[in-house]
Design a protein around this ligand. Structure first.
Ligand code: ATP
Ligand code: MG
Length: 369
């Protein structure tokens, strides 16, 4: 059991900095997901903890111990990779037992650990099979089993599910989460998939270009994104953004306006600004064609371009304020391409950002959710 602490950690490959001043603590027994687009430095961060990459500067601790110069085998970690590389000529049992045999653990202890892990993972029936006689999901379980038997202080996962088909990924995602609840070990999990991050992490860390953008519980980063990047990255479909002028103390939405008094001025600091980036999530837009005025809601007018129905819901593509927006509506709503619509949105759900720094203009974040 152990925490993992990063203090001013940098990683450079020759002249290229790929991790910059990374500061973060993963608490003991916490499940933290590192998420971000391809090339943002996720694997490099994880590999520095594993000892597979050196640390250019800064300190990484596991518990109280600085591990910068500790050899990988003495770090008390176990890593599961995307390409799980099982030994093809060994059966499942030996694949799981092999690392422990190398460490010269007593036979009965090895047997006990392998049996226990196979029970947890539901692969007891597969112990005699070779990897090629297993499905992708079963192989993935064996790879996880091989990590479990080591009883490490910290588990490191690098995109362990990306070789699986969509359905199996969802199933394994739930299994790894359950495993964490059972083992109560510190876990650090890397993915580029924001849905995986949202559903699995106690907290998630969002990286871009080697810089930490935001860290927090899934609902905190979803509700209170600190910048445009996080706002657009977390949530699917992505948040809608429109850059709009501020005219006479209100955000001008082409014929409609969102006034600053009341809810908006309570939530955001817009003093002295000439424009802002207005953000609204697809699920926070509704279509209301009545003329009822309500101070808690804002409005804009648009024209429907396309309706995509998934069965339970429709993604309605609309042009409003000269930008393409997406609204996520119940598929019960009858709506067709070419229609003019009035979109309504709760003012509490809007996001406003500075157009230059792209930072949120929110005055404060409510208590951690
Ligand atoms: N050994 C290396 N030498 C030089 N550059 C490297 C090396 N390893 C990684 N990089 C670069 O460092 C950056 C971060 O790589 P990293 O593998 O950490 O990204 P990632 O976030 O895991 O991406 P992905 O989602 O594609 O796996 C990339 O630009 C990559 O090209
Ligand atoms: Mg990677």
């Amino acid at each position: 059991m152990a925490s993992v602490t990063f203090e001013h950690v940098y990683k450079r490959f020759d002249d290229t900095a790929v991790v910059n001043d990374f500061n973060f603590t993963i608490d003991d027994r916490e499940f933290v997901v590192i998420v971000g687009p391809s090339g943002c430095g996720k694997s490099t961060t994880l590999r520095m903890v594993a000892g597979l990459e050196s640390i250019s500067s800064g300190i990484i601790r596991i518990g109280d111990r600085v591990i910068n110069d500790v050899s990988p085998k003495d770090r008390d970690i176990a890593m599961v990779f995307q390409n799980y590389a099982l030994y093809p000529h060994m059966n499942v049992y030996r694949n799981m037992a092999f690392g422990l045999q190398l460490r010269k653990l007593p036979g009965p202890e090895i047997d006990h650990r392998v049996r226990k892990a196979s029970q947890i993972l539901g692969i007891e029936e597969l112990m005699e099979r070779k990897p090629k006689q297993l499905s992708g999901g079963q192989r993935q379980r064996v790879a996880v089993g091989r990590a479990i038997v080591r009883e490490p202080a910290v588990f490191l996962f690098d995109e362990p599910l990306s070789n699986l088909d969509a359905k199996l990924r969802v199933q394994m995602r739930a299994e790894i989460k359950k495993l964490h609840d059972q083992l109560k070990t510190t876990m650090m999990y890397v993915t580029h998939d924001q849905v995986e991050a949202m559903t699995m992490g106690d907290r998630i860390v969002i990286l871009k270009g080697g810089y930490l953008q935001q860290a927090g519980s899934p609902m905190t980063v979803y509700r209170y994104p600190e910048n445009v990047f996080v706002a657009g990255f977390i949530g699917s479909p992505s948040m809608n953004f429109i850059q709009r002028p501020i005219v006479g103390g209100a955000i001008d939405l082409d014929g409609h306006s969102v006034a600053f008094d009341g809810i908006v001025s309570d939530l955001f600091d817009l003093d002295g600004r000439a424009s802002c980036i207005f953000g609204i999530r697809p699920e926070d837009l509704v279509i209301r064609n009545d003329s009822m005025a309500d101070n808690a809601f804002g409005r804009m007018t648009g024209r429907v371009e396309l309706v995509e129905t998934t069965g339970s819901e429709s993604l309605v593509h609309i042009v409003a304020c000269g930008e393409g927006l997406v609204a996520r509506l119940s598929s019960e709503v009858s709506i067709q391409a070419g229609e003019s619509v009035t979109l309504s949105f709760p003012l509490k759900k809007i996001h406003l950002f500075d157009p230059i720094s792209e930072k949120s203009l929110r005055k404060r974040v409510e208590n951690e959710l």
